[in-house]
Design a protein around this ligand. Structure first.
Ligand code: GLU
Length: 482
């Protein structure tokens, strides 16, 4: 059996967004699962809007996400070049073939004429399309205009009275009437091919067996099928994956918050979490478990479980998934991931002053509270800020047992080198005080941090160290005693 080969073909007219990343990911998952190949092709024929910086950002985003390709930009391969603007002679060859065979023709209409036609069709309530004015020009007429220096576009002659059918692997059988489609441009007057033409030539020459892309390209598919037919190319399979909607059920856009992958990276999302989250935008795993690593997703991925209905982007779900992936990290991994954020934090100096052991305790103490890596700063305040007691903490500190408990605590507090030891010590205090655990933990936490919630108490104490812990408790006792 022929090896499957998919492609991701972004236009470098902006950064990689959630939608593009999802298309790239599904192609990657499919290729990985099938043991196939994947091409990265850059579709940069819109010269005005395409920028090399965007191409670089797209590639950086794909790499960060953990998507790899076997052939294409950044990798090379035997079907290159992989940037469309570097393939112009290839397209010109096929455009000439279509012109020679009468399947395409030169169009000399000006933008103004085309616009006028468009408006008049709209006024009549008809679908705006090209009505074929230049399709009847004689060879002599065409030659005369070319000799006079006109720079025509090239239009494809759409066959009449035909139905084009695609058996889409996600959407099923979809048919299109050719009559609703006007003769369309395949090469602009500057010689550059249009998307619908170049995409076919490239998919064929690059040996693509499955074209998987966003649903918004479904309406382009009949035009592409016509080109396959006209050039007698074998067709690949097609799979159109559904739109991604915002929580308000509108198409995803900037209004729905950060959308470029790089922005998510900057906000402290893990690539594994985004990989996991994107995979669930339109696909569902066999089991109940939704927190999955890339290997698990690849193993389970199939087009049969890709849904036809639109996917909804749910930020709470992304946050939840990110939190779960943070929890799965080892302490060393998490420490390395947090390093850049710690270095830039207002507490950088204090963090630097911690020895390895205490740094480890601190990270262990906050890990369960992190939704994003950037939350680390918010979590560090409790260790380093000069705090004000919160209302609830003040209430706790009014308990009749409080002075007794705090005093017992200060009497024998050990060296605070090991959270297990401190934990055992607090249990002793509970025993000696004959209080319920809560009546000891809450005042201690309130006295030490000014809050009633926060990181594990023994870890907090070990990060602060014996001296600072005692200072805080003394300070609280003085406050209580007026
Ligand atoms: N360059 C097109 C895009 O970015 C690719 C469409 C396709 O995959 O055919 O939308």
């Amino acid at each position: 059996m022929k090896k499957c080969k998919v492609r991701f073909a972004p236009s470098p007219t902006g950064p990689l967004h959630i939608g593009g990343a999802r298309s790239a990911l599904f192609n990657y998952l499919y290729a990985q699962k099938q043991g196939g190949e994947m091409v990265l092709r850059i579709e940069d024929t819109d010269r005005e809007r395409s920028k090399i910086e965007y191409e670089e950002e797209i590639i950086e985003s794909l790499r960060w996400l953990g998507i790899d390709w076997t052939e294409g930009v950044g990798k090379g391969g035997e079907n290159g070049p992989y940037r469309q603007t570097e393939r112009l002679p290839v397209y010109q060859r096929y455009i000439k073939q279509l012109l020679d065979e009468g399947k395409a023709y030169y169009c000399f209409c000006t933008d103004a004429e085309l616009e006028e036609q468009r408006q008049s069709l709209i006024k009549k309530g008809e679908t705006p399309r090209y009505l074929g004015q230049c399709s009847h020009l004689s060879a002599e007429e065409v030659q005369a205009r070319l000799d006079a220096g006109a720079k025509p576009a090239v239009r494809f002659r759409v066959p009449r009275n035909k139905i084009y059918v695609v058996n889409d692997l996600v959407r099923g059988r979809v048919s299109f009437e050719a009559d609703g489609i006007g003769d369309f441009i395949i090469a602009k007057s500057d010689g550059l091919p249009t998307y619908n033409f170049a995409v076919v030539i490239d998919d064929v020459l690059m040996g693509i067996t499955l074209v998987m892309r966003a649903e918004e390209h479904l309406s382009n598919t009949p035009r592409q099928l016509m080109i396959y037919e006209a050039l007698q190319f074998p067709r690949p399979d097609f799979a159109h994956i559904s739109l991604i909607l915002g929580e308000d059920r509108q198409k995803m856009s900037k209004r729905h918050g950060a959308t470029s992958l790089i922005q998510y990276r900057e906000q402290g999302y893990l690539p594994e979490a985004l990989f996991n989250f994107l995979s669930l935008l339109g696909w569902s795993p066999h089991g109940e478990e939704e927190i999955l690593n890339p290997e698990e997703i690849i193993r389970d991925f199939s087009l049969e479980r890709v849904s036809k209905s639109p996917a909804v982007f749910d930020l709470d779900k992304l946050n939840y998934i990110n939190q779960q992936h943070i929890k799965r990290k080892s302490l060393d991994e998490l420490q390395a991931l947090l390093y850049p954020y710690l270095e830039q934090s207002p507490y950088a100096a204090q963090v630097k002053a911690l020895d390895e052991k205490r740094l480890g305790y601190m990270i262990a103490a906050i890990r369960n509270h992190l939704v994003c890596l950037t939350d680390v700063n918010q979590e560090l305040g409790v260790f380093f800020d000069q705090f004000q007691y919160e209302e609830e903490a003040l209430e706790v500190l009014q308990g009749e047992q409080v002075v007794r408990v705090l005093t017992l605590f200060t009497e024998d507090l050990p060296a605070c080198q090991d959270p297990a030891e401190v934990g055992a010590f607090i249990k002793q205090v509970i025993k000696k005080s004959k209080e319920k655990p809560k009546n000891v933990y809450m005042p201690l936490r309130s006295a030490i941090s000014g809050r009633t919630h926060g990181p594990e108490l023994p870890a907090l104490i070990c990060v602060l160290g014996r001296e600072e812990t005692l200072r805080r408790v003394q300070h609280t006792l003085e406050k209580i005693n007026g």
